[in-house]
Design a protein around this ligand. Sequence first.
Ligand code: NAD
Length: 477
Amino acid sequence: MYQVAQLIGGVWGAGGEGGELVVRDPADGSPVSSAPVATADEVGKAVEAARGVAAQWAATAPADRAAALHRAADAVAAAVDDLARATTAEMGKPLPDARGGVEAGVGTLRQYAELAPVRGGRTLHGATDALDFMTPQPRGVVAAITPWNDPVAVSCGLLGAALVTGNVVLHKPSERAPATGWLLAKALDSALPPGVLSLLTGGPETGAALAAQEVDVVAHVGATATGRAIAAAAARTGAKVLLENGGSDPLVVDGDVDPLWAAGQAALGAFANAGQICVAVERIYVHRDVAEDFTQALAERAEALRVGPGGDPRTELGPLVDRRHRDHVHGQVTAAVAQGARLRTGGTLPDGPGAFYPATVLADCRHDMTVVREETFGPVAAIVTVDSFSEALRCAADSPYGLAATVLTASMSHAQRAWRELPVGAVKVNAVFGGAPGGAAHPRRGSGHGYGYGPELLDEFTATKAVHLEAPGGGHW
Ligand code: NAD
């Protein structure tokens, strides 16, 4: 069992007066990790200690900060196996996926280490004997509050960008993956000056205590309701808020595509990581011409997935993160069925230990059902049949969220309409998880605001200062 320790003021093992939280393996219910719960008082002290070293880290040359981040990436790379095992044990995803998440995190740290020192400000053209320029500076103290669904990849993005731009960071990982957060912090801290990174563990109360502190930035990746609570707290302190929150991503299947290929795309988008991906396919608008063949093929793919513990190399569909989350997923499915949706496969709670949930295909959904409108975050494909591409686009656009969308079509004019008209951060045509490296987007509405990744995330953690220098009295220096 992992015994997680906090890192406060450069000291491992500090705090924890708020008690202990225990995480259970979602595959079998056995205890996996024990973590201290930070009290509000400890959170306050941690912020104070972090602020004490902020000026020194901010004054460290960007190249030296970047070198430290490279060393940190090496340390995370050396811990790939440990991090992947902890991720799988705590949140259940298949081990190769967990490993992929850690490797993605290492890649992100290296990218930020390379990009940060070469991102400058700009010079301005004012009076010829004056100097005018704009320069980015660290914002100061950053609170990073992260989720469990891809814990290392997500945390490396926020932590890497915030640290390399000269901020000190207090990281509060998810209470569902504290050992993963602890192993990551140990690796990063080994390459950083003491106190630059702090680790606080605990649940929503610890996160709320951190978000209420006088920090400079609160960066949150997680549920929309949490993001809104954090934004309200930060409105009282004046902290800048960066929110990457929930989604209900649509998949539009046009009438002119091969329904079997489209079903493969839908299965990948809806069932990977048991649907627990912010940009998972949550709702499908399929043209009536291909609806039946598509639905049948998707149900077959769902039934073919090998279900098992994440640690078993044959597993394609692991458990959900825990039973509380499974109740949420199953609640949406049963409500949809009660309102007239038809279960083509799945939708029943399995016997036995753990938080397993079958890949589920729900046909005859309506656009106003909760399973369609809200985030499900489970292996559930909710299908709405539509009569035209225009109807599909209209429904896809009508959402409280605005994270991403995918359109499968053979028509270039439909593809063009899709990217122009959909009010979301990312539009993918003919590939559910497509996208070039370095892409970054603004989520919209309930999905948050600010760049959550990509080179632009570096700018989110700096404040730009405009500087004007001229000689005294209009003369010489
Ligand atoms: P969550 O918001 O419940 O928890 C995330 C973090 O916030 C945890 O560390 C938690 O302890 C903390 N927290 C909870 N309540 C808080 C409060 N009142 N104040 C401050 N902190 C609080 O989210 P989750 O269940 O861990 O993650 C799943 C969600 O994350 C899904 O909605 C998913 O779409 C979203 N997500 C979004 C992205 C993205 O890039 N947009 C990426 C990954 C996950």
